[in-house]
Design a protein around this ligand. Structure first.
Ligand SMILES: [Ca+2]
Length: 327
């Protein structure tokens, strides 16, 4: 993965002298920007707000092995979970499960278990198309927000996973279409991850090696270290301008933003970047979200303390989503 990022975009647009001139005031302005706190709402209120496309509280009625919208152990459902390397119908060894030990709201959450000596996908993946009928496909002129709560065990953040210590949090990418099942690795994907820095801090990159033949890291304004044993809140905003067609013609009219909050604190914007989102396929559009503590290339021989992460209150919306209610 490459994190060369927005400097690279500036340099493409303006060349070295122009980029340097622009970069300095841009970053200074960004860091000094006055941020209005987002309004607050309960999960129920946030989920029923105008513009909401879909939400998941990870409650029993959603997570039943039969009858709920979430299909366990399969990669080809509209909404489902699987663990890499596991076959459909095989027991998931508790690596991804309904949990009621910690919840951001309601009675349960989605818990991922990353055991010692596991490979990068053994903690499992959750995925959801924006709609079960695959009708919600967002493209040029559209925008969307994805908010989720996430909790990390102390061990999850303290472990130094070999060789990269870079785990993903969330991917939004190409949606399934009738007759077309899409994996998480797509040209237009936007991924929230940590860079493997210490302390670990959220960052964003774009494309599964499909933008000018590469993935492109997007620098955040400020580092925001993850905190263990509490429910953090993350919100990604993607506004789609003109698709970039890998033709070196940059439009700079898309926008990517990211907010992060510690529990009971207001969200802080750590990224707001005009951008070019790559997509050469006229049939492809944003339509599928993935939650996954996936570690690319994780050394399965490494012994480490068992690690856990929990997700709750996933909301996909066409409009900005309020913060959780603070105490
Ligand atoms: Ca819940």
């Amino acid at each position: 993965m490459k994190h060369s990022f927005n400097r690279r975009t500036l340099f493409k647009l303006f060349g070295w002298p122009g980029a340097v001139t622009l970069l300095v005031p841009f970053q200074g302005c960004a860091l000094g920007i006055h941020e209005e706190p987002l309004p607050q709402g309960t999960f129920s209120e946030r989920c029923s707000a105008p513009g909401v496309i879909r939400c998941f509280g990870f409650e029993q009625d959603e997570l039943a092995s039969n009858g709920g919208p979430i299909v366990w152990g399969r990669h080809d459902a509209r909404v489902g979970t699987f663990v890499n390397g596991m076959r459909p119908g095989r027991r998931l060894d508790g690596r991804i499960e309904i949990a009621n030990d910690f919840t951001a709201s309601g009675a349960s959450s989605l818990k991922f278990f990353m055991p010692s000596r596991s490979n990068g996908g053994h903690a499992g993946q959750f995925y959801a198309n924006f709609s079960d009928d695959l009708s919600v496909q967002l493209s040029e002129g559209d925008e969307f927000f994805i908010q989720w709560r996430q909790r990390f065990s102390t061990s999850f953040l303290d472990n130094r996973y070999r060789p990269y210590n870079s785990w993903k949090q969330m991917i939004v990418g190409e949606g399934d279409r009738p007759g077309k099942l899409v994996s998480s690795c797509t040209q237009l994907e936007v991924v929230v991850t940590n860079k493997g820095t210490r302390p670990a801090s959220p960052s964003v990159y774009h494309s599964c090696r499909g933008k000018d033949g590469d993935s492109e890291g997007i620098d955040v304004w400020r580092t925001f270290p993850f905190v263990a044993e509490q429910w953090m809140t993350f919100q990604l905003h993607v506004k789609i301008g003109t698709w970039y067609k890998n033709d070196r013609r940059y439009h700079h009219d898309s926008l990517i933003e990211l907010w992060v909050a510690r529990e009971n604190e207001p969200s802080r914007k750590i990224l707001s970047q005009n951008y070019d989102l790559a997509n050469n396929n006229v049939n492809a559009a944003y339509g599928k979200v993935w939650l996954l503590p996936y570690l690319g290339g994780k050394d399965a021989s490494q012994e480490h303390p068992d690690a856990f992460t929990w997700y709750d209150d996933l909301i996909i919306s066409r409009t900005a989503i309020a913060d959780p209610v603070r105490r």
